[in-house]
Structure formats: C-alpha cells, structure tokens
Design a protein. Sequence first.
Length: 183
Amino acid sequence: MTDRLPRFQRCRGALERFAPLAWMKSNSETNGITHLVEPPTIGWRFSEPDAGGEGPHDLSITSDQDFCVAASEDIVLIIDALAAQPAPPTAARLFVFQIARASADVLVCVAESFTGEAQVGMVFRPVGLPDVEGRLTALSWYPPRPETQRRGPLAKVTLMGKGVGRIGRKELLVSLPGADAHE
C-alpha cells in the first residue's frame, strides 16, 4: 500500500491535468497547534485565461451559475441554522510555553493565553490527553512588554490534579466549564 500524497499535492496534480497553474493556495490539512483536521479551502488560477478549454473541461466555478446560485442560497440557510443554535460556553485556552517544575500531580509552567479568561479554580484538560486534568491553583500574569512579539500575554500557572506532570511544552490546555477536578 502506498502512502497518499498531502491534499495540496493531490489537488495540484489533478488541476494541472487540465492546464498549468499560475498559483495555488491551500490551508494545511491539520491545525499546527491543536493538530485537529481543518475544513479544506483551495484557491487557484490557471496560467492561461482560457485554460481548460470550452464546455465540460472549463473548471471556472463562475461558469456554472446554477451551482453558484444554489451555493449562495445554501450559505444563507447555513448561517441561519448556526444563528439559531445556542452559543457554547466559552472555554479558556492556555498554551504551555515553558515548563518550570512538574511532579506527578503538580505542574508549574509559563503559559500563553489564547482565548477566554483563565481564573484560579478553573479545571483544564490538555488536548489529546483526555485522562489528564487539573485545577488552576495559582495564576500570575506577567506585565506586557512592547518589545516582544507574543500573540498573547504570558502567565505563571500552577495546575494540580490527576496526571498534570505528564503535560509537556507546546500543549494546549482547554478549560472544562462547570467541571470539578478529580481529587
């Protein structure tokens, strides 16, 4: 069994069967931080304005107006369906930037805040380690420094709980709204 090529390379190969590409862009198949699969987005332009020929070989999406009209109607329905759903609870997310000290049930680290508002008492679980969770027992934000290029503020964080010593650098921690840490 052969390994499949990444989506970008497979798409490029399929499109270049019709005509050379001037450019092509595609998002990654997985998020670099969470390692979760992302929905595909691909854009391209053929190097020749009439590439692909006339009729059934024309890959220009705007040439199929029935499809474009149906897609426009569908997106309105999708937006309406999303707007009708109750909003999920906001989770705080912390990215472990540096480990300061760890034991089996205690982790002291420097974390970078991504979203939400982390507070003492919240329970966090690292993405990809469902059997590990800990309660945030200490939080001290570092003052912002204009010379740094960080995406978010840094904080010294202490987590206590089941297996938190297994949390490593570059782990994403997500709060569990309304959950209690297992003692």
